[in-house]
Design a protein around this ligand. Structure first.
Ligand SMILES: [Zn+2]
Length: 407
């Protein structure tokens, strides 16, 4: 079960020498992942043990500290699994990309001491210390850090993503310390829908889709004329453009959240997007998961800078559960755009409903910790509506008229 909660924190002013170590290690890590992945692809396996046995010593020989080699293998296993998974579903799967500028931090490679991160180096018993920027409301969470973490770079800054294992005790403060949970729904027709106390942020996905389709047809035409150089150029132009949009959208979202007291942004774990558009070939071309992953990355690090907490929730059921009565049914979703509860008659924009459900699920995670059993049985209402009673949150206070403006 992927973790439901994690914090992203910025490394505070690492010295030049430390930054060089980070860049160098990230370079080696990337090589290590690539090496393991190359083996996985050529041997057509995603078996961790096999990949480890075949590649560990060569990854080690790159000069990567031993604690990091295991993580490089793990990352290659993940990339290979998703690649083979796509192929199994008979979807077009290009050569899988290994992401750069990041370092997997295995449990044994780091320790959080106070508000600093201690990281193992290639020399046994020698460590690097990185002071972290920790917003006040995160401080008491650091005691729950547990599991494999990750260092990553965005622009000139380095961040660490720390998984949390929060025990099942309420972590939401009562009264004035109330959190503001804003659920974020990502999709195609609407790139982003985020219902917040004073309105709803909507980013229309249509112009983006159109532009991507134009890019795609242009690429196809060039491909026919065997102009692979131009195809590549168009591809990178498209990526730059999409990156620009993701920067803009993530900034808008995080700025919005930062206006509220104790803000929490709730996002679906990304496998959800893949699930929801299963079988849609058109989708793959128009907005691939790469763009969504990047958007979520950007939201994470911008949120870390502004002290906005980010919570990930299980996406199952968020698009077909009634936010008023909790009835979960596929037939609640009559069309792509409209949600109508077959049990209580509640009606609203489908993306706004998803955003509300995501917020409710996140609140559940915050109050009770990640669920023990992540997978609700088919047909059974997921836990989204649960736990709202007695807690004053805007999620339960909205009315249909609030939705009007955003439909
Ligand atoms: Zn209902």
């Amino acid at each position: 079960m992927p973790r439901a909660e994690a914090v992203v924190l910025k490394l505070r002013f690492p010295s030049k020498a430390k930054r060089e170590w980070l860049d160098r290690t990230a370079g080696l890590f990337h090589q290590g992942v690539q090496l393991a992945l190359d083996y996985a692809l050529s041997a057509k396996t995603s078996n961790r043990g096999k990949i480890h046995a075949a590649t560990y010593s060569s990854i080690r020989a790159l000069g990567l500290p031993s604690e990091y080699c295991r993580m490089a293998v793990n990352e290659a296993v993940q990339v290979a699994r998703s690649h083979f998974g796509l192929r199994k579903k008979k979807r077009r799967a290009g050569k899988p990309r290994v992401r750069t500028q990041r370092i997997g931090l295995g449990v044994s490679a780091y320790k959080v001491v106070g508000t600093a991160l201690r990281v193992s180096t290639e020399k046994k018993g020698e460590f690097l210390w990185f002071p972290l920027s920790v917003p006040a409301h995160f401080r008491d969470k650091l005691q729950y850090v547990k599991g494999d973490a990750r260092l990553f770079r965005r622009g000139d800054e380095w961040f660490v993503m720390l998984p949390l294992s929060v025990p099942h005790t309420p972590t939401v403060r009562d009264g004035d310390g109330q959190v503001t949970v804003i659920g974020v729904d990502l999709g195609i027709a609407r790139l982003l829908t985020a219902k917040h106390p004073q309105g709803c942020l909507v980013v229309n996905g249509k112009p983006i889709r159109h532009r991507r389709e134009r890019f795609a047809s242009l690429r196809q035409r060039l491909q026919r004329h065997r102009r692979t150089d131009l195809v590549r150029a168009i591809g990178s132009k498209e990526r730059r453009w999409m990156t620009h949009i993701n920067h803009k959208v993530s900034k808008q979202l995080v700025d919005l959240a930062a206006r509220y007291p104790n803000p929490v942004l709730a996002l679906e774990r990304l496998d959800g997007i893949r699930d929801r558009v299963r079988g849609s070939k058109k989708f793959n071309r128009t907005l691939n998961s790469w763009a969504f992953r990047q958007l979520v990355d950007f939201v994470q690090y911008k949120a870390a800078r502004k002290g906005v907490q980010v919570v990930f929730v299980d996406p199952r059921g968020t698009s077909r559960t009634c936010p008023r009565c909790g009835h979960a049914d596929r037939s609640n979703r009559t069309t792509q755009a409209i949600f109508r509860c077959v049990a209580c008659g509640y009606q609203g924009n489908a993306d706004v409903v998803a955003s509300l459900n995501i917020a409710a699920a996140a609140l559940d995670v915050l109050r009770h910790g990640p669920p023990d059993t992540a997978r609700p049985h088919k047909g059974q209402a997921p836990s989204v509506g649960r736990g709202l009673g007695g807690v004053k949150v805007w999620v339960s206070a909205h009315t249909d008229s609030n939705l009007q403006g955003s439909m």
